[in-house]
Design a protein around this ligand. Structure first.
Ligand SMILES: Nc1ncnc2c1ncn2[C@@H]1O[C@H](COP(=O)(O)OP(=O)(O)O)[C@@H](O)[C@H]1O
Ligand SMILES: [Mg+2]
Length: 184
């Protein structure tokens, strides 16, 4: 997996498969402490203790049509390479929280990727879900909540237009972060 946004896409797909209605994504970049923390929390079906024990196993999947389950294991590989790790907290019938953290300055830290586009894809493909995003970078903050945009049941075109406009703002926010982080 080449960037963080694609990992997020993959982890959110697990939440969708677990029948979550609400998906919360938090990205916290703390430049001073050289850490980036990504949390993805859902209210899906959760995992049993036995499922939790093997969740990182690349050969374990509850999916019916494939032999391997790589999402969590690839995320952990990326995190470990950048001196980070992944924690899972999950409760059956309540939901799941995945927290990944990385050392930002590490040479093997993966790029952030196109987070704005990834958000758009996830929201557009899952209009029946509520997505919340909170991205914090030092003193700056970008917040997004699909519940603010009510038109999704009646007017899909207008719903997507509003989402797109809001995510344009996110794009600008990300440009500022990238400039500050990588000096570009
Ligand atoms: N958010 C989640 N809610 C419930 N179960 C999950 C969640 N994320 C992962 N799992 C469980 O962990 C397994 C492994 O996930 P993953 O590594 O992404 O592989 P895959 O999705 O290909 O099966 C899934 O098959 C599923 O059983
Ligand atoms: Mg998966």
């Amino acid at each position: 997996m080449e960037d963080l946004s694609l990992h997020i896409l993959d982890i959110v797909e697990n939440s969708i498969k677990a029948n979550a209605k609400n998906i919360e994504i938090k990205i916290l970049i703390d430049k001073k402490n050289d850490i980036i923390k990504v949390t993805i929390k859902d209210d899906g079906k959760g995992m049993t203790e036995d499922e939790l024990k093997i969740a990182f196993d690349p050969f374990y999947t509850s999916g019916k049509n494939k032999k391997t389950g790589l999402g969590l294991s690839l995320l952990r590989d990326s995190a470990l390479k950048a001196e980070g790790n992944v924690d899972i907290v999950s409760e059956i019938n309540k939901g799941t929280e995945i927290q990944a953290y990385f050392k930002i300055s590490h040479p093997d830290m993966i790029p952030l990727g196109d987070l704005s586009k990834t958000m758009l894809v996830m929201v557009a493909a899952n209009r029946d879900k509520q997505f919340r995003l909170s991205h914090i970078y030092n003193g700056l903050e970008f917040n997004f909540d699909t519940a603010e945009f009510k038109a999704h049941k009646t007017d899909i075109v207008s719903y997507l237009k509003q989402i797109k406009d809001k995510l344009e703002e996110y794009k600008n926010f990300l440009e500022i972060i990238k400039g500050d982080l990588y000096g570009i």
